[in-house]
Design a protein around this ligand. Structure first.
Ligand SMILES: Cc1cc2nc3c(=O)[nH]c(=O)nc-3n(C[C@H](O)[C@H](O)[C@H](O)COP(=O)(O)OP(=O)(O)OC[C@H]3O[C@@H](n4cnc5c(N)ncnc54)[C@H](O)[C@@H]3O)c2cc1C
Length: 417
């Protein structure tokens, strides 16, 4: 590890590894530090098809194609009564190879991206924690880094990238994090071996299932080695306050969701119960002088549509381009380093609106598409991650009856600014 770099990236998840790879590839000295020992466990196993383009640019598509990760061709929603929507097949909206994606083990996927950053020229260290980011006035100048078993050292950098995920090192320190109203959720999840998998192209599908009464929903994500990731999500208070152990709550919710129960009872649980809060938030600004935020460190949206890794890769890529331009022209201002963020945030907003729609008690995808069949392609596009174009939100005019909460949230967030 040197004392000084053009770019220091904090956090070896998908966002950090993407940024580090592309900045290093452009010829700038880059340090990527991850506090955990790699490979490390992480939730977030289901990819969106639009990850294809960043994976291609990073040069890892062939590795993905050769991997043991199950192929994902669709997502399907099951209502509280057990009624299934027709699967949203990504190929139907766009018959291109990018319409097939994967369900990944994040330990392996993140390790692949981390190694790739090293192969493309970054100095990449795991078990190296950033204790603090150094500022000179408003300008980030580096960080204090401690490798396992060593004394902390000061590393200088022209640009500091915060890719620390939900830790949001810089946004927390500067008090920039705004929570989206009404989305204080939590998850309890575990893994089953030998649980039901559908046949053919549905084998790797993500299934999202409401519990009876719609107080919670389950994800069902097929993984390698006949393992399925199964998690329940609901309001934090409902899920975690005064209801017993995570196991008891999970089992109770399972009883409430025959569609999942029937799938898992033929299998065996093969991991512990895990618990996480998953509040949705965004930082008031994406960048400042000499610093920029990517992935969850910038913003996080509810896990319902599996958008997190896609947004991490995409923001990592966009930020890397802005950093490279800034390093070349010696313009490391907030404007330059955050120049990608307006368009990115408006894409993220379409997904956020869809999140609020899902939590509206009167909304159902199946019913919406039956009433407005012309929007099936638009909806599938959003589920695929095609959110960064002008037409991305055209169906929301017809979704207005279910948008009250989303609109209130938008107003509250802009009032607070
Ligand atoms: C319950 C749940 C389910 C989800 N399901 C999905 C899904 O199915 N599909 C999907 O795409 N997304 C999903 N997500 C979201 C997804 O997990 C994240 O959006 C994604 O991991 C973000 O990537 P990232 O690189 O920004 O952050 P992370 O992957 O969190 O990486 C950040 C890294 O920074 C490191 N770090 C933190 N602080 C420091 C420090 N001080 N010094 C050095 N390193 C540090 C951490 O150890 C970590 O490895 C889910 C999220 C939750 C909560």
């Amino acid at each position: 590890m040197n004392d000084s770099y053009d770019c220091l990236v904090i956090g070896g998840g998908p966002a950090g590894s993407t940024t580090a790879t592309l900045v290093a590839e452009a010829g700038f000295s880059t340090l990527l530090v991850e506090r955990d020992k790699m490979p490390r466990f992480h939730v977030g196993e289901s990819l969106m098809p639009e990850t294809y383009w960043t994976l291609q640019r990073l040069g890892v598509l062939e590795k993905m194609k050769a991997s043991h990760f199950p192929k994902k061709f669709s997502v399907q929603f099951v209502g509280q009564s057990g009624r299934e929507s027709a699967p949203f097949y990504f190929h139907d909206a766009d018959p291109h190879e990018s319409s097939q994606t994967w369900q990944v083990l994040r330990s392996e996927f993140d390790q692949m991206l981390f190694d790739n950053a090293r192969e493309k020229g970054a100095d990449a260290f795991d078990q190296a924690r950033v204790l603090d980011v150094a500022f000179d006035g408003n300008k980030a100048t580096g960080a204090r880094v401690q490798r396992k078993g060593e004394e902390p050292r000061e590393i200088n950098a022209r640009v500091v990238v915060d890719a620390t995920g939900q830790q949001s090192l810089i946004a927390n320190r500067l008090g920039l994090k705004d929570e989206y109203p009404g989305l204080r959720k939590a998850s309890i999840w575990t893994y089953y071996r030998g649980a039901r998998r559908d046949a053919g192209r549905d084998e790797g599908a993500t299934i999202i299932m409401h519990t009876k009464g719609r107080k919670a929903w389950f994800w069902y994500i097929p993984l390698p080695d006949d393992v399925v990731s199964v998690g329940v999500v609901s309001n934090l208070d409902y899920l975690l306050k005064g209801r017993g152990t995570p196991e008891e709550v999970f089992e109770e919710e399972l009883e409430n969701c025959p569609a999942v129960k029937e799938r898992v009872t033929i299998g065996e649980r093969c991991d512990d119960y895990r618990v996480l809060r998953d509040f949705s938030y965004v930082s008031q600004q994406p960048a400042g002088e000499g610093w920029v935020l990517v992935g969850d460190a910038f913003g996080f949206l509810d896990p319902i549509y599996s958008s997190g890794v896609f947004l991490a890769l995409r923001s990592g890529e966009l930020a890397a381009d802005a950093i490279v331009t800034g390093l070349k022209s010696d313009d490391l201002s907030a404007q330059q380093l955050g120049s990608w963020a307006d368009e990115y945030a408006s894409g993220m907003n379409w997904i956020r609106k869809l999140v609020y729609a899902y939590y509206n008690d009167d909304f159902s995808f199946g019913e919406f598409i039956r009433q407005h069949p012309q929007h099936r392609k638009n909806l599938t596009d959003l589920l695929v991650g095609k959110v960064f174009h002008e037409d991305a939100g055209r169906m929301f005019d017809d979704m207005e009856p279910w948008m009250a909460e989303a609109n209130q949230a938008e107003e509250a967030m802009s009032r607070d600014k």
